[in-house]
Design a protein around this ligand. Sequence first.
Ligand code: TRP
Length: 453
Amino acid sequence: MPTERTSIHGQWSSRLAFVLAATGSAVGLGNIWKFPYITGENGGGAFVVVYLICIAVIGIPVMMTEVLLGRRGRQSPINTMRTLAAEEGRWPYWHLLGWMGVISGFLILSYYSVIAGWALSYVFRSGSGMFVGADAEAIGNIFTNLISDPERLLAWHTLFMVITMVVVARGVKSGLEKAVTLLMPALLVLLVLLVGYAMSQGEFMRGVHFLFDADMSKLSWQVVLIAMGHAFFTLSLGMGSIMVYGSYLPADASIGKTTFAIAFADTLVAILAGLAIFPIVFANGLEPAAGPGLIFQTLPIAFGQMPGGTLFGTLFFVLLVFAAWTSAISLIEPAVAWLVENHSLSRAMAASTCGIITWLVGLGTVFSFNLLSPAEGKTSFFDMLDFLTSNIMLPLGGLLIAIFAGWLMSEKSLQDELAMGHGIGYKLWHFLLRYIAPLAVLAVFLNVIGVLV
Ligand code: TRP
């Protein structure tokens, strides 16, 4: 039987509510903004193959484990790790893993919010009909004008942080469920519509080849690291988002099935985004490696040309902001839950505190694109932050989670919590968790360091 502990923060109303919230966390800018642009920067097909393998052999087992740990501990990741380490008679400092997660969450949200601000501003750019009939160059200028203006970026970043913290302050459970049920399917429909546009107007087959033809000569350990880091990023793993959502999960829900559903939905959205964007990139002579502006420089071309494009475009950016919002909430929830547990702050106070810190760190990203933009070929603050969090901190978090659950927890505790028997599913999960996930992360880290030396 799972433990009898209950969470002081309450519980999801059902298993479905958890699936929706976790899907809301997983599906976000990572799928629609980041996946296409880093695929473009890293050469396409081979990168996508490594990313998909990482989802299957590292992401899914680690996600199941985060849910398991969260549900067993029933507290913020910091306190969950402290409790579980004590129960298993292990080194008391495992709660530092929770701390690393809290720091990762602050750092990621600080730039996530700036990019979500871009999407927010595009709701209004689209709504005012700015894209109608505009060519690739005009669309490119709209984007450059936005990011070169620090005041505007600051305003949108601030607005996004405020709306995020309002939801966090009210508690993640109220409202989130209904909104996700309605808006996620709508986002999926719009993406399918965009793929349809790409099929009829874009260089669709070139896009497909770019995404799926795996030219292994394009792989380097650096590229593998980025693909692996993105598998963590897109599934919200390695920092406690999924762990804290797991701590609100009812005791009778199956962890294996829910995880598959979430990973499937997340991957589907990313692939659809790729299929919508690359045909437009090629049809308009744009550069797949254009960087973080890629979707903002491509999709508006489609919206400017298709019938009803102003409406669809506006709706698309509204839904993108919404997807970013449900992800942002989960990035800060581990820190907020800890403040409430250990310092008896109200959720409103905890959320405001976290919001102000994140907002301040976000200034570094705001200025990365204008006042402090680096010389050609140099890395910006934003690039460094993204590299540090996605490619180092999250995989390191995942590695430690795999070691803790795979090697330091008793099989009885794992069995009790997973409640999936001793069948092939359990054995496969346990094997991937003990051997494949940690060794893969370690091997990639060591090879990248070897290359850099
Ligand atoms: N997965 C989200 C996305 O793809 C972002 C996100 C939410 C995240 N929570 C996270 C990334 C935790 C890393 C860790 O947009």
